[in-house]
Design a protein around this ligand. Structure first.
Ligand code: PHE
Length: 339
């Protein structure tokens, strides 16, 4: 009897199969109600008393070894098998979430593209600047309030080093290194020490433009800006220039476009004026040309500068500037464009 169990143990140990059916047959043969194991157990009563202990131990061993074997074989088998049996190759794939361009990038690219059609090149410069390129070369008097700590982030140890407050600084680099004609736009990030609100942020983006050549006139400036307004906001858009002041331009103006939401009739976006302010501009002050070594008797030029977030807000009807900086994908996903 004990010999029989030993033989069975060997048989179990040597059993191998890569067929689920065979494994199941093996399990039934050994472990089912009428299987070998329970049949042997039923003979327990006939086993001589002195052998009962050993018989019991070997039977338990046979039972557990068989169970372990069956489970092992099934496990290794079903792991692979499942992968194939549950794989439905006809199901549509799960799409990858594709990113979208940030609305500020879309609008910046669109602005740059519009001016490139008029022959403007793109120039870039450093965000950390010196006083000369941000202020002095642009005809800011020493005591001008824009140099005040209120607006500008200075590097503590050296007030000559600061974060640019506008990309006009890039145009100074251009004037210093290039000979007229110069026709360039400077997109980039700028920094101002302002409290963050729905209408203001300490970081924002600008595109500034500069055109210097012989006989550049205010009429050229107006026509360039009218072209821009039509391309950006639609063919029926009108522009309006209001006298203004910038240290680096004379005369200077602020430019409004007719509100494209109400068609100029007045709504809460244009605060019932029918007009939206979009940029500052003017004829380059001769002092600025001279500071960068350009002969102001021979050359004249115009310059303009706009905030990209502001244009994007007007274009998309977004009322809170902060949305552009929070990077909430529910907001960002809504913008798509060729730009
Ligand atoms: N640099 C000005 C600003 O940051 C904008 C501007 C540029 C105005 C060129 C006039 C001419 O506000």
């Amino acid at each position: 009897m004990l010999k029989k169990i030993q033989d069975l143990l060997k048989e179990v140990e040597n059993f191998k199969s890569d067929s689920l059916d065979e494994i199941e047959q093996f399990r039934i043969k050994y472990l089912s109600k009428k299987g070998i194991v329970s049949e042997l157990f039923s003979e327990f009563k006939n086993v001589p008393v002195e052998q009962k202990k050993e018989f019991g131990q070997m039977m338990n061993k046979l039972k557990t070894q068989t169970l372990i074997k069956v489970n092992q074989l099934k496990d290794s088998f079903t792991a692979d098998d499942k992968e194939y049996s549950e794989l439905d190759l006809s199901l549509p794939g799960s799409p990858l979430d594709s990113g979208s361009r940030h609305p500020v990038s879309i609008v910046k690219n669109e602005i740059v593209e519009i001016f490139s059609r008029l022959g403007f090149t793109v120039s870039e410069g450093p965000e950390i600047e010196d006083d000369w390129h941000v202020f002095s070369a642009l005809n800011f008097p020493e005591e001008h309030p824009a140099r005040d700590m209120q607006d500008t982030f200075f590097i503590e140890k050296n007030p000559d080093i600061l974060l640019r407050t506008h990309t006009s600084s890039v145009q100074v680099h251009e004037m210093e290194s290039m000979k007229p004609p110069i026709r360039t736009v400077s997109p980039g990030r700028v920094f101002r020490n302002e409290a963050i609100s729905a209408r203001a942020h300490c970081i924002f983006h600008q595109v500034e433009g500069l055109y210097i050549d012989e006989n550049v006139s205010f009429a050229d400036l107006k026509q360039t800006l009218l072209y821009f307004a039509h391309e950006m906001f639609g063919e029926n858009t009108q522009i309006r220039l209001r006298p203004s002041y910038f240290p680096f331009t004379e005369p200077s103006a602020e430019v409004d476009v007719s509100c494209n939401l109400c068609g100029g009739k007045g709504c809460n976006v244009c605060k019932y004026t029918g007009w939206l302010e979009i940029l500052g501009c003017g004829m380059v002050d001769p002092n600025v040309l001279e500071a960068s070594g350009i002969d102001s008797n021979k050359y004249t030029g115009f310059a303009f500068g706009m905030g990209v977030e502001r244009i994007a807000m007007l274009k998309y009807g977004v009322k809170d500037l902060r949305l552009y900086f929070e990077n909430d994908v529910r907001f960002l996903r809504q913008f798509s464009s060729a730009f």
